[in-house]
Design a protein around this ligand. Structure first.
Ligand code: WT7
Length: 652
């Protein structure tokens, strides 16, 4: 038997890791001690002047700004009056110089096929696809939905959208037809780009048929462009559906980048909130690009000789900001991998690192914990000495996983950059500078210069370390969300109503006496499963839409690998027999409505849900029950909750 390490064994972590010697040499890192101190000083004096300096140093502007920031809480405009273009910054300016023949994208498909796109080739393809979109009638401001596997065409399509100023809305390929339909219609997308399928765990999974289901009825979708990837036979609807390769063959490879206003909408990305309806988070052009490009350069220490690999799917914000935009804008080679981490074997990631000479590796704690369980022999079989920097994102990393990552993957020589941020923040907000900051396993350490993060109490007053409170951002920052698509009220209420003019993150946190931030996780009804946000309400509404269900409450319980596992408490309708068959049907229902990531791990049937007098479900009680009864099977009917509730005082 393999030893399974006790992942949660180290609760309070006091070890301190200095930046590695190789990073501390005066000229070794992009941001060394001296430059970092200068930036911090400037940012402390004036965040606006700091960001303006970053914007000038990292981004090409067709027209300069008249004003750095226009802040009418909660509405910010950054780089007012300036014009730029994201695809120009990611491509043209590199193509105009020596990087023309440098690899922009190193791609590996799950079956083992590979492709390399140089900046020059990527530029031509992006121009072609921009012309394809124009040919389909896409105009500046029109939304384009992308529902694709992790293939280069996804990068091409998103960059093409930015070239012509058509905001994209990328929907993760694991979402169901219903989830896709909701996102297409909320954004009002008239064009959808997809593929016949993609590869995952050794099999081709279909995508285009899901698009067909999502577009059934009046969806407003006029055109569907389909990349041939899996080669499965695909019914194509005449007039609406087009093959990518056919349209591309006809398209010109010249397309001038649109000179867009800094506040032109760049993309919408849906994320879970505390209600059943996902929020379309809106990001705009100039501020976002400045934020992701600057943070990528400083925190990942990007250099021209690096091969950078972020394992996130582009369907999440991490993929937008740190697989594509922040990385290509720096002229860095980005690696994209299509498939599962353990296909065909448990060493796939390590084999990719060895074969491509990956030097910077950015992944999620849940992946690290999976690898710990699979055993050290798999990474040890591969030469990982090309690695020089490691990153993590998505959830608090437990110290045990941190130290394993540091030792087994990083060979004790790589700094670990634990990055705290959100879909809403656009870019990284709290993270160590690799050549400067002392790291502590489990802490994202300090805010990036120009970011005013604080731990506050209910009244908005700072909480003295080491007490816990709410994590807030007190000043606007360039990558901040500009709104929720089509819902100004919800934007105000969700993020700006807790305190006046301050951004509420939804996370709890505390600072230690050295000022390091320790993120404690969500304090609202949002779960974090494998680093992905899933609202309890979303899963509940999927469950109660089943005709045999009277009521449902969903909570998270701690899980060693995924961080949180979803537990559903379900009250069936009168006369309905609760059992494994119903549990299976409910899991299928959730998969159909949201996607497999939201499938409840446990379904527990109960006659009644514990409620307060005001009929609020007592989630805290359910969370305790879910966490405390790990070994209980799916269909156990629980004791009378109302009794439990009374015992605990009948208040939430
Ligand atoms: C939530 C945001 C940002 C990309 C991935 C998730 C949690 C994220 C960390 C970290 C502790 C983290 C927070 C945050 N989170 N990174 N390094 N340490 N917690 O994006 O889906 O918008 O989720 O993920 O709870 O609020 P997202």
């Amino acid at each position: 038997m393999k030893r399974v390490p006790d992942i949660e064994s180290l609760l309070r972590e006091s070890r301190v890791f200095k930046p590695p010697a190789a990073f501390m040499q005066p000229r070794a890192a992009n941001w060394n001690r001296k430059t970092a101190r200068e930036q911090q000083k400037l940012a402390a004096q004036s965040p606006e002047r700091f960001w303006a300096k970053m914007a000038r140093e990292h981004i090409h502007w067709f027209t300069p700004w008249r004003k750095v920031l226009d802040w009418k809480p909660p509405f910010a405009k950054w780089f007012v009056g300036a014009r730029t273009n994201v695809s120009y910054n990611c491509l043209d300016r590199h193509v105009e110089g020596w990087r023309r023949n440098k690899a922009a994208i190193l791609w590996e498909g799950e079956p083992g096929d590979t492709r390399t796109l140089t900046f020059g080739e990527l530029h031509r393809q992006v121009c072609r696809f921009a012309n394809v979109l124009k040919g389909l009638g896409v105009k500046r401001g029109d939304r384009v939905a992308l529902y694709m596997p992790m293939i280069p065409e996804l990068a091409i399509a998103m960059l093409a959208c930015t070239r012509i100023g058509a905001p994209h809305s990328i929907v993760f390929g694991g979402f169901s037809a219903e989830a896709l339909r909701e996102r297409i219609s909320d954004a009002g997308a008239r064009v959808v780009v997809t593929a016949d399928g993609g590869y995952r765990r050794g099999e081709a999974f279909p995508l285009k048929p899901t698009v067909d289901r999502a577009c059934a009825g009046a969806s407003g979708v006029e055109s569907v462009v389909v990349v041939k990837r899996s080669g499965e036979p695909m019914p194509m609807r005449k007039g609406r559906d087009h093959w990518w390769h056919e349209l591309m063959a006809e398209a010109s490879s010249r397309c001038a980048p649109a000179k867009l206003d800094a506040e032109h909408p760049l993309f919408i990305l849906y994320t879970s909130g505390t209600t059943g309806k996902p929020k379309g988070i809106l990001h705009t052009t100039g501020g976002y690009l400045t934020h992701v490009t600057t943070t990528a350069k400083a925190l990942f220490d990007l250099r021209d000789e690096d091969v950078y690999w972020c394992t996130a799917d582009i369907g999440w914000i991490t993929g937008h900001s740190y697989v594509i935009y922040g990385i290509l804008a720096n002229g860095t080679t980005t690696l994209m991998y299509e498939g599962a981490p353990t296909t065909p074997g448990p060493d796939r990631f390590w084999s990719i690192i060895e074969r491509h000479g990956v030097s910077i590796f950015y992944t999620a704690p849940t992946a690290i914990r999976t690898f710990i369980r699979l055993g050290d022999e798999h990474p040890k079989r591969h030469d990982l000495t090309s690695l020089r920097l490691l990153g993590t994102v998505g959830e608090p990393i437990n110290p045990e996983a941190w130290t394993w990552y540091h030792r087994v993957i990083g060979g004790r020589r790589c700094p670990i950059v634990d990055t705290w941020w959100q879909t809403e923040t656009g870019g990284i907000m709290i993270a160590p500078l690799p050549a400067v900051t002392d790291t502590r396993p489990g802490s994202a350490t300090h805010p990036f210069p120009g970011i005013d993060a604080a731990v506050l109490d209910d009244d908005g007053a700072p909480v003295a370390p080491p007490d816990g409170g709410f994590l807030a951002i007190r000043k606007p920052w360039p990558g901040m969300l500009r709104g929720i698509w089509g819902d100004r009220k919800r934007f105000r209420e969700t993020y700006w109503s807790k305190w006046k003019g301050l951004y509420f993150t939804g996370d709890g946190a505390h600072q230690d006496k050295s000022g390091n931030f320790w993120i404690m996780g969500r304090i609202d009804d949002v779960m974090n499963v494998s680093g992905h946000r899933i609202g309890t309400m979303e899963v509940e509404s999927a469950l109660v839409s089943h005709r045999d269900v009277a009521e449902a409450a969903v909570v998270g319980r701690p899980d060693e690998v995924t961080g949180t596992a979803i537990v559903a408490f379900v009250t069936p309708r009168a006369g309905i027999a609760a059992g494994p068959a119903l549990a299976d049907a409910l899991r299928a229902q959730v998969t159909r409505q949201i996607g497999a990531i939201a499938r409840p791990r446990d379904i527990r049937f109960t006659d009644a849900l514990p409620k307060t007098r005001s009929a609020k479900i007592m989630r805290r009680l359910l969370r305790d029950i879910a966490a405390g009864r790990e070994a209980v099977g799916d269909t156990t009917t629980l004791e009378d909750y109302t009794v439990l509730a009374k015992l605990r005082g009948d208040e939430d």
